[in-house]
Design a protein around this ligand. Structure first.
Ligand code: SAM
Length: 308
């Protein structure tokens, strides 16, 4: 595959590199903000599942760089299992969002106050088994909601990736326990062919007497017939497409000179730091000098047989 083929196939990928975003997902959060004004009045913000960091870049830009009033009052925390290159003004925690210590570390950075905004673009490693991937994604959303109940101020906003599948109503019902206003939004830069969307939940209002806890996750643990969710248990959430509909379509391939500009190839803004395959890459680099080492030749054989 040539260096420019992904640029041709994905205009938002290309634009992200041109504009300095680490991932095309930045446009999704920007378009959600265009529609829902999620940064208004926000001082403390948390980016859950943040690596490689394009949503943190958006938070940094909106709350620090573009904030003319008092950028010193804003605090931003980013959490991910993986290490992430630094982002201006963002405190990083390398940790798991299902761990209570992560919640404690976040609030300690806010000097034991809470967040006004929590965003989560979390995605597990895909297994390729569709129903399993959807199940794990829904568990990650619930984990994000769970930690959010520890760290979000009453009245605060929660934005998270959701897969719109058959049983999504159950997730909406769970979110509705904590938020009176929920929209399901599809940013224009999110591919139509993807079941991904984002819930925008406003005015966090936990039920009276609710005590946040990590050990007993949300939702019931016994089998549930989703079709039985009726009446007040069946939450119908408005669906909103957001972003400027005059912008390019995220599923279309555009020519490289599409916008009338001369095309220049840009390297990715931030390559992964310390990725799990780092050792394999260094062994591969050594292969000419060290090809007779048995561990090197096994790795090289494996890499050669992989289709990337
Ligand atoms: N929003 C990011 C951006 O704009 O650059 C992209 C996020 S990426 C799609 C999903 C991230 O979720 C991965 O970096 C992964 O490590 C993280 N993740 C998955 N499970 C997690 C967990 N339990 N705790 C923390 N991070 C997690």
């Amino acid at each position: 595959m040539g260096k420019t083929s992904k640029d041709k196939r994905d205009i938002y990928y290309r634009r992200a590199k041109e504009e300095g975003w680490r991932a095309r997902s930045a446009f999704k959060l920007l378009q959600i903000d265009d529609e829902f004004n999620i940064f208004e009045g926000v001082h403390n913000a948390v980016d859950l599942c943040a690596a490689p960091g394009s949503w943190s870049q958006v938070l940094s830009k909106k709350l620090l760089t573009e904030n003319e009033e008092n950028p010193d009052r804003q605090r931003i925390v980013a959490v991910d299992l993986q290490a992430m290159a630094p982002v201006h003004g963002v405190k990083q925690i390398q940790g798991d969002i299902t761990n209570i210590n992560t919640a404690k570390e976040i609030t300690s950075h806010f000097q034991n106050s809470k967040a006004d905004l929590v965003v989560c673009d979390g995605a597990p490693d895909v297994t390729g088994t569709h129903c399993m991937d959807i199940y794990i994604q829904s568990q990650l959303l619930l984990a994000a909601l769970n930690i959010t109940t520890h760290i979000l101020k009453p009245g605060g906003t929660f934005v998270a990736k959701i897969f719109r599948t058959r049983d999504v109503t159950l997730l909406y019902a769970q979110l509705r326990v904590f938020f009176p206003y929920i929209h399901c939004s599809k940013p224009w830069s999110s591919r139509n062919s993807s079941i991904e969307a984002f819930v925008v939940c406003k005015n966090y209002s936990p039920p009276e007497g609710y005590t946040p806890h990590m050990m007993n996750p949300l939702l019931i643990h016994k089998p549930c017939d989703f079709d039985e969710l009726t009446g007040i248990n069946r939450v119908i959430v408005p669906f909103v497409v957001c972003g400027d509909l005059g912008q390019p379509d995220s599923d279309t391939c555009y020519p490289l000179n599409f916008e009338g500009k001369e095309y220049t190839y840009h390297e990715p803004v931030q390559t992964p730091i310390d990725p799990p395959y780092q050792e394999a890459l260094s062994l591969l680099a050594d292969r000419d000098t060290d090809f007779r080492r048995p561990d090197v030749s096994v790795v090289v054989d494996n890499l050669n047989s992989m289709t990337i």
